[in-house]
Design a binder for this molecule. Sequence first.
Ligand SMILES: [Fe+2]
Ligand SMILES: [Zn+2]
Length: 405
Amino acid sequence: MLKIFRSGVVRRSVRVEAFSECTAKLQLEMNDKLEKVDFSALWLRFNCHCPECRQQGSGQKTLSPLVWPEDIKLQEAFFENDELKFSIKGEDHEGVIPGQVLRKFVSDERARRSAAAKMCYLRKPKQGWGSEIDFSQTNNQKGQYDMTQKIAKNGFCVAKNCPTKKNGVLDVCHKISEPIPFLYGLVQNIVNEPNPTNIAFSDAFLAPHMDMVYMESPPGLQYLLCRRNDDCVEGGESILIDAFEVAEHLRANHPRDFETLCSVPVRFQKIHWERENPVYFEWEQPHIVLDNKGQISRVNWAPAFEGKSRRSSMTNEYIQAYRRFMKQVDESDTKIVKRLNEGECIVFNNRRMLHGRTGFKLNGGVRFMEVAYTNICEFRSKAQVLEFTHGQGEIVTRVGNSNLI
Ligand SMILES: [Fe+2]
Ligand SMILES: [Zn+2]
């Protein structure tokens, strides 16, 4: 039961309406409207902004819960000069949290739940790729904001008129963050090789997949730049499919299959001894991972890199669900099959979008792509900073990296 200790007075449109040992009921001015928000004593204590609890400058927490009283109970709470002041029973400490910090926290929490924070599934674009930008626009922050927003919402963006020089793909990466060398170095050249170590380096059909799902943290954004694609080259169209949309579609239409793909552990691997530094990557997780709210937080889909799963995983339910997912990948409304032309670079979220390529014939011509990657958290951070500085202050959509936010 809420025991009322004290009522506050309005100061700068905020006040402590009431508080008990456990909870402070605050009234905050949010967008010119007064709103009631509850904070627990523990939340307030953990988020104290006083110089003892948080280093000024770095803002990093320096408080130690080990020296706090056993039970965290509010002794007092009131607003003064737009700062919440509070104290905890049995502790010699004056807690402080600026009103601005509380308002920002509340508005961000709200934005996380708003419709604007939902992924947007791009179905059958009527024109071009449906999510494009000219590379020249990304020279300024406004253009970078547009690009990161498109990637965050649609899962990808095609940059046109990119530099086609050697390592030109790195120029595109640098619009977002520092490229990261994965297994194949900083830049991979996607060209035909006589004895390919990867299907990508041949002219064969490349089934839709995510890169390196055999890692705890697969590449975040992938940049696929077309340096050259001669007119005489037949086929070799790029394929993009939104795996999150496919998974949601499965959940809506075949809930038991969805459940199976959320629960059966599957092994992914990359084992390669014949290289200077042999690799032995193994990762085991269901194809679809849910967060604590039941939202999809990660998808693992790369049939060519599946290892030998535990025998108990190979059930009739599993193969039925697996086939269904595979079929829906193929039939997805979000599927785009399109030729990438010289100077075009697909920048896509590898944790969300499946990519592939149709088979091709060179006919004496050249097809030359470059691939590079940047980190998913760097992307989300960049997109969020630009959203706060150039956008509406929305919270960036889920990016598929098992983040619970
Ligand atoms: Fe790939
Ligand atoms: Zn403090």
